[in-house]
Every structure is written in C-alpha cells, then in structure tokens.
Design a protein around this ligand. Structure first.
Ligand code: F3S
Length: 293
C-alpha cells in the first residue's frame, strides 16, 4: 500500500495559535481557566486540555471570576463588554484573519452598508461576525438564498473563512446584482484553500482517502466532501482506532489528509498505524513467498 500524505494538512495557523495560547495559560496556573465553547472541534484535544485544567463554558454569564479564552472562531462584540464588566481576565485567541473580518464588518456597518455574510448561520464564526454588525447581517449559504435577497443601495459581502472558492464565487456573483454599490471581500482563509487544493490533489491520485478530524468539524467535513468528488472510497475517521484497516488494505494507493483542527499527534498515530500494517504485510508476504519457494 502506497501512502500519499497531503502537502497541507492539520492545524492551521489560527488553531495552532489558540492551542499554544491555552497550553501557555494552563502552565501559568492562577485563576480558573475556561474557554468559551470548545477550543477546537476535536474531541480528543478537548479532552486532553480538559484533563490539564481547561474548563469549557457555553455562556459567558456562567462564570463570575477567572480567565476566559476566546477561541479562534471569535465572538460577537458584546461578549468583550460582558468580560470587562465582570472583571474577567481576557485571553483573546481569535484568529487574526477572523478578527480582520469582524473589523471590516463593523467598519462598513457603521458606514451604512448592508452586511451580507456567506456562510453557515449556525457556525460560531458566523454568529461571532454577525455580532459585529449588531446581528443585522443577512446570512446566505446557497444560491437560492442569494436569489431571494432584496435590493440594497450599499452592500458589503464577506465570507466564512472555510468556504469553498467556487461557492463564494457563485453566491457573490448573484449578490453583485443586488446593490448599487457592492464591496466584495473574499475572506476565505488561505489555509483552507491550501488544505482543500492539497486534498483534491491526493484524492485524484488515490484509490482511497482517509480524512482525519472531528466528526463535527466543519472544515474536516468539507475535506470529506472534496475527496468524495475525486475518489470513490473515502473514510472519515477521528483517531487511529477508527481506521478501517481491513477495508483499505485492498487498495494500492491511499491518500491521507486532516482538518485544520486535527492535532499532529493524532495524524502521526494514524500514519504510523498504517505504516506498521504495511511493514507487517511486507513481512507476511515475504514469509509466504519464502514458504512457497
Ligand atoms: Fe484562521 Fe484560517 Fe485557521 S481563518 S483559524 S488560519 S482556517
């Protein structure tokens, strides 16, 4: 079995920064430490950080004291006010690229533009971004929703960082016709693009693709979607324990990729499990051959 590893996979810059930040704060000790929502959409990493002392809160009003980490997805503007009013210690690990979108949205909202966000209305990043324009942004996630938009004088369009470029282009082309003046910002993150392109490249060359990452992770699920476009046999796993070794052993070339929230140690475990299997297979075949000879 040949193993093809995607050129870009695993932690993106923003997630790595947030995890490093959390690990540093854990070491610092001091007041109780919480993240507002799970730090990353990866259950294994979340559990590990929990064991080290990082609590998770769903609502900022759940705590009266302590340190709060804002994860890479960012939060609505009003959360900063609550943190300040309650004298909580803020550790802001919002990804700088997401922060950039939030600032842009605020700037154009203040200038009277209608904000349109291309993305999933239930995703934390989008909920956070909308909170920078008083939750008055319109969130569209497909062509039909864009078609149904009314017309506006001035529109500012931004995108969820993990969107696919084709989707952004398709929807934004419709929105361009909905306003007299339309400011279009392709805020798709380069890390996403790099992972998606690398994923396509290996999927095209592989008989099967293993996508490693949280089942709830949106960017991992997008890699699954892309892989399925170019390869018939795609397996989404969270850890080495989910590896369908029996099923994949019949394929010659197997591609491996991982979502932006998948820690390196999990990727390494999967690869070494496959390599060990490969070695065992080689040894088994060599033994069989030697018996025959
Ligand atoms: Fe940031 Fe891009 Fe990652 S926006 S969190 S570096 S996917």
């Amino acid at each position: 079995m040949n193993i093809l590893i995607a050129e870009h996979l695993g932690f993106c810059f923003g997630v790595k920064r947030a995890v490093d930040c959390a690990e540093k704060e854990i070491k610092n000790k001091g007041e109780n430490l919480y993240s507002l929502g799970p730090l990353v959409h990866n259950p294994q990493l979340t559990d590990r950080l929990k064991e080290q002392g990082l609590g998770i809160i769903d609502d900022i009003k759940d705590i009266k004291a302590g340190r709060v980490i804002i994860r890479s997805h960012g939060v609505p503007l009003n959360i900063y006010k609550i943190i300040e009013d309650n004298d909580l210690k803020l550790i802001d690990a919002t990804c700088p690229f997401v922060k950039n979108i939030q600032k842009k949205v605020k700037e154009f909202f203040d200038k009277g533009y209608k904000i349109i966000i291309i993305g999933d209305k239930y995703h934390s990043e989008i909920i956070g971004i909308n909170g920078w324009c008083n939750n008055e942004g319109i969130i569209v996630n497909n062509k039909e929703e864009a078609d149904a938009l009314p017309e506006f004088d001035k529109i500012c369009v931004v995108s969820q960082t993990t969107n696919r470029k084709e989707k952004f282009d398709e929807i934004s082309n419709i929105i361009l016709k909905k306003g007299k003046e339309v400011k279009l910002f392709n805020t798709i993150c380069n890390a996403t693009d790099l992972r998606q392109t690398a994923c396509k490249e290996i999927a095209e060359k592989s008989d099967a693709v293993i996508v490693i990452g949280g089942f709830q992770s949106s960017n991992t699920n997008k890699l699954v979607e892309i892989s399925k476009k170019y390869c018939k046999n795609v397996f989404h796993i969270e850890t080495k324990n989910d590896l369908p070794i029996e099923k994949i052993s019949k394929f010659n070339t197997i591609g491996i990729t991982a979502g932006a929230s998948t820690p390196e140690w999990i990727i390494k475990e999967v690869i070494s499990t496959m390599e060990n299997y490969n070695n065992e297979e080689d040894i088994r075949k060599a033994l069989e051959d030697s018996v025959i000879r």
